[in-house]
Design a protein around this ligand. Sequence first.
Ligand SMILES: Nc1ncnc2c1ncn2[C@@H]1O[C@H](COP(=O)(O)OP(=O)(O)O)[C@@H](O)[C@H]1O
Ligand SMILES: [Mg+2]
Length: 254
Amino acid sequence: MTEPLLVLDNIKKSYGAIEALKGISFSIGKGEVVALLGDNGAGKSTLVKIIAGGLAPSSGKMVFEGKPFQAKSPSEAKEAGIETVYQDLSLCTNVDVVANFFMGRELTRSVLGIPVLDERRMEAQVAEALASAGTRIPSLRTKVEHLSGGQRQAIELNRFVHWGGKLVLLDEPFAALGVEQTRRGLEMIRHVASQGIGVVIITHIMQQAFQVADRIVVIRQGVVAGDVARKDTSPDAVIAMITGESLTGAGSAG
Ligand SMILES: Nc1ncnc2c1ncn2[C@@H]1O[C@H](COP(=O)(O)OP(=O)(O)O)[C@@H](O)[C@H]1O
Ligand SMILES: [Mg+2]
């Protein structure tokens, strides 16, 4: 077990009469990839929104890096290093890769006492960040609108790493991507985790979970139905946790 980054302790959430989360407890370690699985309506998105400050829990506690933590907004979570990378991406499509990377954090240099954008230094830093992650973008001066969904996702993840992100949440990140882009995305997730960053990935594709995750957490009807190391489980066992049906004898289900 790696050092815990985020600990969820008995998180509950009701929407009026609907109790979407009925006391969720598990933890995410530094550098650990946790795949969050569960049927439609199980409560996965609700949980991720609570972690990322987009939704307040009805009750329960979170401990982040050893301290009580509850972001009141996504920007507060982001400041703490917790961010969701969404499918509908947060990049500005009408400016280039470098501008997106440094949005609001531009580097400047002084020319006759006047600060001007230090484009060369920014471009060099972006190039270095992408190269170390194995991300290939033909030109960093390409406007993001001309890039593929997979390239955009890679830029977002690289940006997250570059600015000291600590925990990234991905809700069905590959739903709109092709096979090759998905393969690169999964590689990128392993790269992100190798930097000591925690990753929570929601996916309904079992194969993706088994390819990328260190641990698999299953949510069923608002409760944790399973929390297992990937190496200690099997797709059949995880399906049984998702559906709530018992697995009759190892490997005999399905
Ligand atoms: N804004 C909302 N208002 C009312 N009910 C909601 C809302 N969001 C989600 N729910 C309900 O909460 C439960 C969990 O939903 P969700 O977290 O989206 O599940 P999942 O992401 O696992 O499919 C479902 O029963 C869903 O209908
Ligand atoms: Mg969902």
